[in-house]
Write a protein that binds this ligand. Structure first.
Ligand code: SF4
Length: 350
């Protein structure tokens, strides 16, 4: 995305009224908080190394910091030494991965977000009733691979609204759609609209698959975007919900939008002629990275910060049951609260 060339008058106006709109909610969701604390508690309890299949959450900084503490991230379970501990990431796994871990006698801790597990359950249930399942999502994303693995013979992936016009099913009379949890709400609804034109009997999921955190972060961005010249989204490129936030911002009126992992990736040229900067972060982003962006902006005259609150969030998930059991046996607290707090301000992740 390119920045328009400012005039001298634009620049003078921008300098007078520079400010930041800061999205709320932003950053860590309940599933990410739980997954990150799971790795930390496992390191405390079992000692390093603890293996993690795939990135525990899609954030470069979180992964690098946990690596420093002794987590080893692997792509596949067969890279884990026999008998070692492996944590499954927040994005979920196909059942075959669980079988592989069992065959290698690995100790497993499943940090799959409960809201992803809910979609897996829906997939199994509709597959057992022999429905065709149209799964809206991005090919190759770990969550989609995991969900598809629950019912490979029944699930057909639909990747975009355009794909909805051509996708083929076995039985248009017995058909349901499910989705990845981190999609654009608007684009997904467009995909569903097109699918229903072709398949009038298409059933909706029993409840929203796009999760509360994805929806709330998009809602805040939609409220901010029309007042925003530049939207800065803190998040990693492989984070689906973060990438969607940039798209949603530009679709809803932000003149420009960029995704950055760190404040030092902000190109000063993006700020030329910019009065209002919107700032938000994806669901896997620790707050300290947003603070760094705010400091960067304040040093350049954007010290006035207005919070835009689209929703309140208080959801907290319990740690995985296998970890709670071992923590309890060792007399260590299994509470999320205090640990999650320190992780959310991310001092421990620096
Ligand atoms: S983004 Fe949603 S589905 Fe993904 S981990 Fe967070 S709460 Fe769970």
């Amino acid at each position: 995305m390119t920045s328009p060339v400012p005039t001298d008058i634009d620049q003078a106006v921008a300098d007078q009224h520079k400010r930041v709109l800061l999205a709320a909610p932003r950053g860590y969701c309940a599933g990410v908080d739980r997954a990150v604390v799971t790795v930390q508690k496992a390191l405390d309890l079992y000692g390093p190394p603890v293996y993690v299949r795939k990135q525990i959450v899609h954030n470069k900084h979180v992964v690098a910091t946990l690596e420093k503490r002794g987590a080893i991230f692997v792509d596949e379970t067969d890279e884990v030494p026999e008998g070692a501990t492996v944590i499954f990431s927040a994005h979920g796994i196909a059942p075959v991965v669980r079988d592989q871990a069992r065959a290698l006698s690995l100790r497993t801790i499943d940090a799959t977000c409960p809201l992803v597990t809910k979609v897996h359950r829906e997939a199994r249930r509709f597959a057992s009733d022999d429905y065709d399942i149209l799964l809206i999502g991005h090919a190759g994303h770990e969550e989609v691979v995991g969900t598809s693995g629950e019912a490979p013979d029944n699930i057909v992936l639909v990747e975009s609204p355009e794909h909805a016009d051509t996708v083929e099913v076995r039985n248009p009379e017995k058909l349901v759609w499910l989705s990845q949890t981190t999609l654009s709400v608007d684009e997904t609804m467009e995909t569903v609209r097109r699918l229903k034109q072709r398949f009038p009997k298409l059933q909706d999921p029993p409840s929203d698959d796009i999760c509360y955190a994805t929806q709330n972060r998009q809602l805040a961005v939609k409220q901010m975007a029309p007042r925003t010249d530049l939207m800065i989204v803190v998040g990693s490129r492989n984070s689906s919900n973060s990438v969607r936030l940039v798209e949603v911002a530009v679709e809803h009126g932000a003149r420009d939008g960029h995704l950055v992992d760190y404040a030092d990736e902000i190109d000063e040229a993006w700020l030329a002629g910019v009065t209002t900067v919107g700032v938000t972060s994806g669901a896997s982003v620790p707050e300290i990275l947003v603070r760094d962006v705010l400091d960067f902006l304040a040093e350049r005259g954007y010290a006035d910060v207005e919070a835009i609150t689209a929703a309140e969030e208080s959801l907290l998930f319990a740690l995985p049951k296998e970890l709670r059991r071992d923590l309890k046996a060792a007399g260590i607290s299994d509470q999320m609260k205090h640990d999650a707090g320190s992780l959310s301000d991310a001092e421990s992740l620096r």
